[in-house]
Design a binder for this molecule. Structure first.
Ligand SMILES: [Zn+2]
Ligand SMILES: [Zn+2]
Length: 185
């Protein structure tokens, strides 16, 4: 293994697993199909339908990241990534094929071995055995917007206007409004 890109992905993600390889392979396909390199700015967009391991590889390889606003997370729990380029609004959808990571007889193997085989398969199987790839005929998501900030009338901290609530006509941040720190799932 360890080509340079994969090494960077593993370093960012923290461990080497079958899941991170899903994103690694999907991102390589997406970039190749679009004929583009890693995004320095917002020239690429990724719509990810999972927040699992593979998403880290996608961020490293495509340069579409949460912080840049060109990674859109639609956590529908599917191993699907759609990559788009702004130059001509083309988008390509890369989805993991049902059963792609399994081989006959895997069920009988101990966990550790099954995992190793899945990883091996994700690393070496040809693209078309692992993924379905198709062009998407849909409008590109808008570019990331910059919102004004307002000052929360309860805690005095700044909060993006679009995230603020109104209480008795005064802006209130989500935290003071009573939304708690929690995961959705
Ligand atoms: Zn992982
Ligand atoms: Zn507040």
């Amino acid at each position: 293994m360890t080509d340079d890109k994969l090494a960077r992905v593993i370093d960012f993600h923290g461990h080497f697993c079958p899941g991170v390889l899903i994103g690694y392979r999907a991102a390589l396909i997406g970039l190749r199909e679009l004929g583009v390199e890693r995004a320095a700015d917002e020239e690429l967009v990724t719509i990810a339908e999972t927040e699992a391991c593979g998403l880290d590889a996608v961020q490293v390889l495509t340069g579409c990241t949460m912080g840049k606003g060109n990674l859109i997370l639609r956590d529908w729990g599917k191993q699907v990534f759609t990559f788009g380029r702004r130059s001509d609004d083309k988008m390509v959808r890369v989805s993991l094929k049902q059963g792609a990571m399994r081989r006959d007889g895997d069920e009988e193997l101990p966990d550790e071995e099954r995992r190793a085989r899945a990883r091996d398969r994700m690393e070496t199987a040809p693209d078309d055995e692992l993924f379905d790839v198709r062009w998407v005929d849909a409008p590109m998501p808008e570019r990331a917007r910059i919102f004004c900030s307002v000052v929360c009338s309860a805690c005095g901290e700044s909060v993006m206007e679009a995230r603020a609530h109104l209480r008795d006509g005064e802006p209130v941040c989500p935290e003071c409004y009573g939304e708690v720190y929690t995961r959705l799932f």
